[in-house]
Design a binder for this molecule. Structure first.
Ligand SMILES: Cc1ncc(COP(=O)(O)O)c(C=O)c1O
Length: 501
């Protein structure tokens, strides 16, 4: 590199690293975001700024053709342009009429803490790479585990990038503990493949884990459900007894608290009894429902979770912090080291053995891991646990209110009694239209598209017992009864237009 080119490169780098730019662009960004959030709370703008990929992709590609050198003024203009694009084409989860997926209108202040972690690039693998972020992560594992009912000092846990990876990590730990040679020798090794017995409505990541762990998705067996779509403990007992009689190795039972389709909570104490009777590892996917531990009103829904061998909770669902921030808990402390029985001498220094207790990399898929808990830590430390209880209580209560409205309306039918903040329902046009079940399902699907394209609401669609239906998850604590009334009216208006076509 010639000296002039080197100097030019250095001066461009200096511009990109300018603390003054952080100040001026950061101030603009915060100003813009705060106005945007206020507008959304006033129900301005579309919920989803819907545009098909054919519209978005060319614009996204064009943004990459940026100039290499910008004056301070043009940098600021370009920055504003990019922010406008991101906001104008994004999904407005903070709109009170976003009632869609299990992803929350996150507490905005949590994002400020995440920005702190991102701008200063706090990462972890071993303690010395991120002493503070490692410490707050450990403190949160200890504290949340104790809130859930685990005995302080006897359990352990970790944080990872999402519920799917959390379930995989916990089930890998189960596999390595139940079949201790599997890590080195693999699960095949001339023996019969183990089975994983999972809630029949498990999130797809549980079956996917069976595929990744080498036992095969066909060996992920469904546990029978009762009328309320919870694992039937008696049927589970019989299923495990039969598997034992057949000499089938059992990796684990994977229960749900709650399961994705309708938010049904398994009866965890009964399942723990069954698992203990058959000496089977009990795992609970509490990605959505783990946060009920914070609510006096609803914590009974996960009673017995503290008896499972492992369970997971997503803070980026019902703790209302930005994605991704998922926790894995092990009832027995030693299990934290069972997932990855590996040496990385350049990282894990044998002269400081005590550090392995706190190093994150020994227990996670990730080596370098982002500061995933900054948002949760910030909110918890500012507002205490009450805010988490309030968020669960309000969103669960609003779902009960919605359920009662659907029950009371002649042209709607709720397809279950909600235990959580998930409600599946159908719009049923009057009998005079003479639609069969499949046509009602098709109508509901088309209603949803109309709603989404209108930008007025965002809800999702699902299938329940072969019926296409509408599904809402109350993930914004600012959604009001009026919003729900208007949702029902909007469904009616869309249906009327569709039925006229
Ligand atoms: C019960 C359950 N488990 C796991 C997951 C997957 O979590 P993530 O999207 O964080 O990977 C979900 C997602 O909605 C879920 O509902």
């Amino acid at each position: 590199m010639n000296p002039d080119a080197f100097d030019d490169a250095r001066s461009r780098i200096a511009a990109a690293y300018s603390p003054d730019s952080v100040r001026s662009l950061g101030t603009d960004l915060i100003e813009r975001l705060s106005s945007h959030l206020a507008e959304l709370q006033r129900r301005e703008h579309s919920v989803l700024n819907w545009a098909p990929p054919a519209d978005n992709l060319p614009v996204a590609r064009e943004t990459l053709n940026s100039q290499t050198e910008l004056s301070q003024e043009s940098l600021s203009e370009r920055f504003q342009e990019l922010i406008d694009l991101a906001i104008g084409r994004g999904h407005n989860l903070h709109h009170p009429r976003y009632i869609g997926h299990q992803v929350p209108a996150s507490i905005p202040i949590a994002g400020l803490f995440d920005a702190l972690g991102a701008i200063t690039n706090q990462v972890m693998a071993i303690y010395e790479m991120g002493p503070w972020i490692t410490s707050i992560e450990r403190a949160l594992v200890e504290r949340w585990g104790a809130e859930i009912g685990l005995t302080p000092g006897t359990f352990d846990g970790l944080v990872t990038h999402g519920g799917s990876l959390a379930n995989l990590t916990a089930l890998l730990t189960a596999r390595n503990t139940v079949f201790p040679e599997s890590w080195q020798r693999g699960v095949f090794d001339g023996k019969q493949l183990p089975v994983l017995v999972a809630h029949a409505d498990s999130h797809y990541c549980v079956t996917r884990s069976a595929g990744i762990l080498g036992i095969g998705t066909e060996n992920c067996l469904k546990a029978k459900l009762d009328q309320q779509r919870r694992i039937d403990p008696q049927a589970l007992d019989e299923q495990l007894a039969q598997l034992r009689r057949d000499n089938r190795p059992i990796l684990a039972v994977s229960a749900a608290a709650c399961a994705t389709p309708i938010g049904a909570f398994d009866q965890l104490n009964d399942i723990a009894d069954v698992c203990r009777r058959h000496d089977v590892w009990m795992h609970v996917d509490a990605a959505h429902g783990g946060a009920v531990s914070m609510s006096k009103r609803h914590r009974h829904l996960i009673a017995g979770i503290e008896r499972s061998d492992s369970f997971i909770c997503d803070a980026h669902k019902m703790m209302f912090v930005p994605a991704l921030c998922a926790f894995v808990f092990y009832r027995e402390k030693a299990h934290r080291y069972a997932a990855f029985q590996q040496d990385a001498p350049y990282l894990f220094d044998p002269s400081t053995p005590g550090m392995a207790e706190i190093d994150s990399g020994v227990s996670t898929v990730e080596c370098t891991k982002r500061a995933a808990v900054y948002g949760l830590w910030g909110v918890w430390s500012l507002f205490g646990t009450q805010i988490f209880s309030d968020l669960v209580d309000v969103t669960f209560e609003m779902t009960q209110i919605f359920n009662r409205k659907l029950e009371a309306a002649e042209d709607f039918v709720p397809l279950h009694q909600p235990q959580a903040n998930i409600q599946v329902f159908q719009y049923l046009p009057s009998a005079s239209y003479g639609l069969n079940d499949a046509e009602v399902g098709e109508l509901n699907r088309r209603i949803r598209w109309k709603l989404i394209e209108s930008g007025k609401f965002y809800i999702v669609q699902t299938h329940l017992d072969g019926r296409a239906a509408l599904r809402t998850t109350l993930m914004n604590p600012l959604t009001t009864e009026d919003d729900l009334n208007e949702l029902m009216d909007e469904v009616r208006t869309s249906a009327a237009a569709l039925l006229k076509e």
